[in-house]
Design a protein around this ligand. Structure first.
Ligand SMILES: Nc1nc2c(ncn2[C@@H]2O[C@H](COP(=O)(O)OP(=O)(O)O)[C@@H](O)[C@H]2O)c(=O)[nH]1
Ligand SMILES: [Mg+2]
Length: 375
C-alpha cells in the first residue's frame, strides 16, 4: 500500500442495488487514489469470498465487487473500506434480491369484469354456477363473498357478512346462498366442523353433510347440526338432485397467516372433502387469503405478490398440507378495512374467480347430454 500521504476519499460511492434472482450484481465506486488497501464487508463482517461467486476487482482508482447469479442469501449491506497510512474511508450500499415473478397477473380489471358480467353458462340447463367455499373459522370465506359482491356491485361490502377479528363469533352454520346481483353465480359458505378454542364448543358442518351438499342433496337454508347428518326425510333433503342442486366448483379457503398452525384434524377433514369432490369430478381450487398478514412487501404493493418469497413459501405449505398442486392455489387479499376500491386487489380476486367460473362451467357442460345427473 506504500506510504502515500494522501488520505483516501471517494469520488463516487457504492449505489443501492435491486436485482432479480439469478442476475449478477456489480457494486462499483471510485476513489481519489489507487494505492490503498481495499476491504469488503457484508453486514459488518468480512466478506467470505466464494470462488466463482464473488469477484473483487480494482482497475486504477475504480473498485468493484461482482456477485454472480444472485440468490436471496446475497441480500445485505455491503461496505467497502479503503485504508492507507494517512487514514481510511468507508461507504456502504444495500443489495436486495427479488424473486423472479413466477406467475403473471393481468393488472387491469375492466376486461375481466366485462367477461364475467356477460358470462353465459354453456349448458342451458344450468341456471347458475354454484361455488362451495369451505375452510376453517376466520379463513375469510364471508370476506371473499363480500369482496366479489363489492367488485361487481361497485360498493364496499366490508364486514356485513364477515366476523370482526375481535368479536369473531359470527359462525355460518346455515346452508345459505349468496348471489352477486343478477349474475348467474351462487356462493355457499361452509365452515368445517371444528372446535372453537375460546368457547370450547364444536361449530360448523359435518364432513358427511358437506359431501351431501356437493352432491346436491341439501336445500338452501338448512341449518347444519353437529351431532347428526341430515336425514333423508328432512324437508331440506333433496332426494334426486338435478345439476342445478349440485356444487359445480369446490373452493378451499386457507388463511396464509394460519396455514402453519392449522389443526391437522381440520386439514384432514378438508382433504377428505376434496377427495370426495375429486371422485365426483368436481373441480377444485384453493384461495389463500390474508396475504397482507404474511408479507410486508405484498401488503404495501399487491403487484409484488408473485415476487414474494414469503407468499411462495405459504403457497408451498398449502400445497403440501392439503395435497394440491401449486397451480390450483391463488393467493389473494380481501377487502377488510379499506374504504376505497383497489384495482390491484380486485384483479387478484378476479383472476382466481375467473378460473373458478370456467372450471365450474366446464363441469356443468359434462352433463349436458344426459337427462338425469350422475350420482
Ligand atoms: N388482513 C386481512 N384480513 C382479512 C382478509 N380476509 C378476511 N380478513 C379478516 O379475517 C377475519 C375473518 O374473516 P371472515 O370472512 O369472517 O372468515 P370466515 O369465518 O371464513 O367467514 C375478519 O376479521 C376479516 O375482516 C384479508 O385478505 N386480509
Ligand atoms: Mg363467515
Amino acid at each position: 500500500m506504500g506510504s502515500s500521504s494522501t488520505k483516501p476519499e471517494f469520488v463516487s460511492v457504492l449505489a443501492t442495488k435491486q436485482v432479480k434472482v439469478g442476475q449478477d450484481v456489480i457494486l462499483r465506486c471510485q476513489a481519489n487514489i489507487q494505492e490503498v488497501l481495499a476491504k469488503w464487508e457484508k453486514n459488518g463482517h468480512p466478506l467470505e469470498c466464494v470462488e466463482g461467486k464473488h469477484k473483487i476487482g480494482q482497475s486504477g482508482t475504480t473498485f468493484s465487487l461482482t456477485i454472480k447469479d444472485s440468490k436471496k442469501e446475497d441480500e445485505g449491506n455491503y461496505t467497502l473500506t479503503l485504508t492507507n497510512n494517512a487514514g481510511s474511508v468507508s461507504c456502504s450500499a444495500m443489495v436486495t434480491v427479488e424473486l423472479k415473478e413466477w406467475r403473471t397477473v393481468q393488472w387491469k380489471q375492466d376486461p375481466m369484469i366485462t367477461t364475467l358480467k356477460n358470462f353465459k353458462i354453456t349448458n342451458e340447463k344450468v341456471r347458475e354456477l354454484r361455488f362451495l367455499l369451505h375452510g376453517p373459522i376466520g379463513a375469510g370465506k364471508s370476506s371473499i363473498i363480500n369482496t366479489i359482491k363489492t367488485i361487481f356491485e361497485g360498493q364496499l361490502y366490508i364486514n356485513c357478512l364477515a366476523a370482526s377479528d375481535l368479536s369473531g363469533k359470527s359462525f355460518t352454520t346455515k346452508y345459505e346462498k349468496f348471489s352477486v346481483g343478477t349474475l348467474p353465480f351462487a356462493f355457499y359458505d361452509v365452515m368445517g366442523l371444528e372446535k372453537d378454542q375460546e368457547i370450547g364448543q364444536s361449530k360448523g358442518a359435518r364432513s358427511d353433510d358437506i359431501i351431501k351438499a356437493l352432491k346436491g342433496h341439501i336445500a338452501n337454508d338448512y341449518k347444519f347440526k353437529q351431532e347428526v347428518s341430515i336425514c333423508e326425510d328432512n324437508r331440506y333433503y333433496i332426494n334426486s338432485p338435478t345439476l342445478n342442486d349440485k356444487i359445480h366448483c369446490l373452493v378451499s379457503i386457507i388463511p396464509a397467516d394460519r396455514v402453519t398452525l392449522m389443526d391437522s384434524d381440520v386439514i384432514q377433514k378438508m382433504k377428505d372433502i376434496r377427495a370426495e369432490a375429486s371422485k365426483l369430478g368436481i373441480p377444485q381450487l384453493v384461495f389463500m387469503t390474508r396475504v397482507d398478514q404474511v408479507c410486508k412487501i405484498t401488503q404495501d404493493d399487491l403487484t409484488k405478490i408473485y415476487q414474494s418469497k414469503k407468499i411462495k413459501e405459504k403457497m408451498e405449505e398449502c400445497s403440501t398440507r392439503l395435497g394440491v398442486p401449486m397451480n390450483c392455489i391463488f393467493p389473494l387479499k380481501n377487502y377488510h378495512e379499506e374504504t376505497k376500491m383497489n384495482e390491484k386487489l380486485n384483479c387478484l380476486v378476479l383472476e382466481a374467480f375467473m378460473l373458478a367460473v370456467h372450471s365450474a362451467n366446464e363441469y356443468g357442460t359434462k352433463f349436458s347430454h344426459k337427462q338425469k345427473c350422475i350420482e
